[in-house]
Design a protein around this ligand. Structure first.
Ligand code: MN
Length: 266
């Protein structure tokens, strides 16, 4: 399947904070609290290194399962996929506490992804996902907040990742998770989030990482609705398996966005 340049936006729902605030509160199946001092990241070099050996690119497939109560609206997650360079993928998860203030929580995540997708080829972004977060956040005018992850593949195989909050990414190679992002949270169930308000985080709070992909690697990128409900070993066993799907009940009700990318020679 060829990588697609489409953008699609979906809506979701989170539990509403009792204090009327905008932090998301929810139950995590496997999580632990990670706190709290914002890192001081360095900005990676913006010059793409020369490609040695076969070029890599990502083919993507995406699936969204909205929160059962928000099926009609599609939920509050949003994502985009781009075939630019070796492939770009991003997921944002709108924070539902805004609904208490009569703000549609989907607007911020959807606009953030829309702006990011339009800035992918921006010269100043220059293959840097953290800069893409910076510019997309600055361009977003909707009221609200969202967690976000962006991954950009250079054709030499370097996957650059920037994440604010608890969306996640796994790299699976020969049946093993060889790379995993970690969620950023202020305290249990309170993830870092980009916001329209000064109280929120910025690109400076993003966790930045990179990983060298090889042909045949599989990426799994998703919102917390995926990683809170599915263990890594379950993701690994699902990858490469053709199935008509299994209906499960229980777990944490949330929007679930999952995007799977396959690294191929281009
Ligand atoms: Mn979520």
């Amino acid at each position: 399947m060829a990588a697609t340049a489409v953008s699609q936006y979906y809506l979701s729902f989170h539990s509403i904070p009792e204090d009327g605030g905008t932090w998301r509160r929810r139950r995590r199946r496997t999580g632990s609290s990670v706190c709290c001092t914002p890192p001081v990241p360095s900005i990676p070099s913006s010059s793409p290194p020369p490609v040695v050996g076969p070029e890599l690119s990502l083919s993507f497939g995406a699936h969204v399962i909205p929160h059962p109560k928000k099926v009609e609206k599609g939920g509050e997650d949003a994502f985009f996929i781009s075939s630019y360079n070796g492939g770009v993928v991003a997921v944002a998860d709108g924070v539902s506490g805004w609904a208490e203030q009569n703000v549609n929580p989907a607007l911020f995540s959807r606009e953030l992804m829309s702006k990011a997708s339009s800035l992918v080829e921006d010269e100043e972004v220059s293959y840097n996902p953290r800069t893409l977060i910076q510019k997309a956040h600055a361009a977003t005018s909707s009221v609200g907040s969202a967690t976000v992850i962006i991954a950009m593949l250079e054709k030499n195989g370097t996957l650059k990742i920037a994440s604010v909050g608890d969306c996640g990414l796994r790299v699976i190679r020969k049946g093993q998770v060889v790379f995993s992002t970690s969620p950023e949270e202020h305290y249990f169930d309170c993830p870092y989030q980009l916001s329209s308000e000064a109280v929120g985080q910025t690109y400076l709070d993003a966790t930045v990482s990179s990983v060298e992909l090889v042909k045949g690697d599989t990426l799994v990128i998703g919102s917390d609705g995926l990683f809170d409900n599915v263990f890594d070993h379950e993701i690994v066993s699902a990858v490469g398996t053709t199935s008509d799907g299994v209906t499960n009940t229980g777990g944490k009700l949330d929007d679930i966005t999952v995007i799977v990318g396959h690294a191929e020679s281009s």
